[in-house]
Ligand binder design. Structure first.
Ligand code: DX5
Ligand code: ZN
Length: 216
């Protein structure tokens, strides 16, 4: 059975005080800490890598939901496992051998996630959805926080939920009070939100609002 999980994206936080930003989000009710890893190649932006996860790990007990927007994700599995990542989510578009990569992530003791960009047909992920712990459906083009939610991606959530009733389905990009209902109604249960949570007057109230709208 799926349960709602809210995953604030630390990309919208202050990287200079990452540990306290993580603690603040957990205190405000976050279930996951969503860490956006970008390599300047798979996406046109650079953020953080395994060294930052490693430095952060002793400072938080939070579940580190690592979203790797990188080419050649295979090469980072060992480093992220050693750094203490809880979930390693790679992009289907970047993987050479998807099944082998899921297996390697599991062997290293992490949960495995598979992400798809807005233009990738959801059917492409069906063969692997039974092996993965979570599927991430991007609802913006990956690379930056603060972009507008793409309604065109909702149908992908619905199709995936129809086939996989108990799968953790994560949505990422533009989730806010005006878009959460569409995502939740289609079947998403893990909600990433960066700007809507960090820019809210009360991040705690925003996390609660998002969670209350998720239907299970
Ligand atoms: C974008 C990242 C997202 C981003 C979401 O490529 O994967 O996690 O931080 O930010 P918002 O919620 O502001 O769209
Ligand atoms: Zn993300």
């Amino acid at each position: 059975t799926v349960v709602p999980k809210i995953a604030p994206s630390l990309l919208s936080g202050d990287f200079a005080k990452l540990a306290s930003e993580c603690q603040r989000m957990l205190d405000d009710g976050a279930d996951y800490l969503h860490m956006d890893v970008m390599d300047g190649h798979f996406v046109p932006n650079l953020t953080l890598g395994a060294p930052i996860i490693k430095s952060l790990r002793p400072h938080t007990k939070g579940f580190l939901d690592c979203h790797l927007m990188v080419s050649h994700p295979e090469q980072w599995v060992d480093d992220f496992a050693k750094a203490g990542a809880d979930l390693f989510c790679f992009h289907l578009e970047a993987a050479e051998d998807t099944s082998a990569l899921v297996k390697k992530i599991h062997e290293k003791g992490m949960k495995a996630g598979i992400a798809v960009k807005p233009n990738t047909p959801i059917e492409d992920v069906f063969p692997y959805a039974g092996e993965a712990d979570q599927i991430l459906i991007m609802t913006v083009e990956p690379g930056f926080g603060g972009q507008a939610f793409m309604t065109s991606c909702i149908e992908k959530v619905r199709k995936l939920r129809e086939k996989f009733p108990s799968l953790d389905i994560e949505v990422d990009g533009g989730l806010a009070p005006d878009t959460i209902d569409a995502a939740a109604e289609a079947g998403a249960n893990v909600i990433v939100a960066g700007s809507s949570i960090f820019k809210a007057d009360s991040p705690k109230d925003m996390i609660k609002l998002l969670r209350d709208r998720v239907q299970v």
